[in-house]
Design a protein around this ligand. Structure first.
Ligand code: ADP
Ligand code: MG
Length: 243
């Protein structure tokens, strides 16, 4: 067995008195696509944010590619391995689409602008919006902006991609184009952890479903098992409410 690329062991995180994560144990293999499901407030965002240190966990270990992710340290090296795509896109409004994608490699990887822009063009092609390269984010539709967000994450050549509700801020007619890009990446063997409310997509793309509630993992199952035959009462209730 190869070593998992992400290992969480007994990970806990509190905000004041409130325990947002309680003893999370999870291992993700390289190339695996794991979808986190669960009610609002169950800790899904907090869990994935602990992997790239957007949140500092209090207890336990997060190990990425064999190295413990130390709260308060090595932000740069973690962020090179683990990239995140946000619900709200978070693009830089004063940079062109092309430079939004090129900027990270220039700043962090010290690539020349010329090299970074050449790579950025290829990534924009990969997410299907090469023709938008010279526009500014505000000139793009939400779906196009989120595809820039994905290209920007890929520009860092991460080992792991985290998605936190990547389509939740989109108008319904734009959800499909973004999900198609993510499906493509899944097919290319990129390791991904995704939080989504798109159940059909979750079922299609996930190798495993992780179901959370109240800061705990209540079930880990294949999509088939989870969507058709979960025996977990809380998961059943969740599915009854969303399907
Ligand atoms: P989910 O993504 O599943 O909706 P979150 O991980 O965002 O859940 O939040 C889990 C719980 O932790 C929620 O009750 C939320 O209010 C709380 N929480 C998250 N971030 C903070 C924060 N920065 N300060 C205080 N409470 C927080
Ligand atoms: Mg969330």
């Amino acid at each position: 067995m190869a070593r998992p690329i992400i290992e969480m062991r007994g990970v806990g995180k509190s905000f004041g008195q409130f325990q947002a994560l309680k003893k999370i144990d999870l291992a993700v293999d390289a190339g695996e696509v794991v979808v986190l499901l669960g009610p609002s407030g169950s800790g899904k965002s907090t869990l994935i944010r602990c992997i790239n240190l957007l949140e500092e966990y209090d207890t336990g270990d997060v190990i990425v590619d064999g190295t413990r992710v130390e709260p308060g340290r090595q932000l740069q090296s973690v962020r090179q391995e683990v990239a995140m795509v946000f619900q709200a896109f978070n693009l830089f409004p004063n940079h062109t689409v092309l430079d939004n994608v090129a900027l990270g490699p220039v700043r962090v990887r010290k690539l020349s602008w010329e090299d970074a822009r050449a790579r950025a063009r290829r990534l924009l092609e990969r997410v299907g919006i090469a023709e938008q390269a010279d526009k500014y984010p505000i000139q793009l539709s939400g779906g196009q902006q989120q595809r820039v967000g994905i290209a920007r994450a890929l520009a860092m050549e991460p080992r792991i991609l985290l998605f936190d509700e990547p389509t939740s801020a989109l108008d319904p007619e734009m959800v499909g184009e973004v999900l198609d890009v993510i499906k493509g990446l899944a097919g290319e063997g990129v390791t991904m952890l995704l939080v989504t409310h798109e159940m059909g997509f979750a079922r299609q793309v996930a190798d495993r479903i992780v179901f959370m509630e109240a800061g705990e993992i209540k079930e880990i199952a294949t999509p088939e098992q989870f969507f058709t035959a979960t025996t977990n009462e809380r998961a059943r209730a969740f599915l009854d409410a969303v399907l």
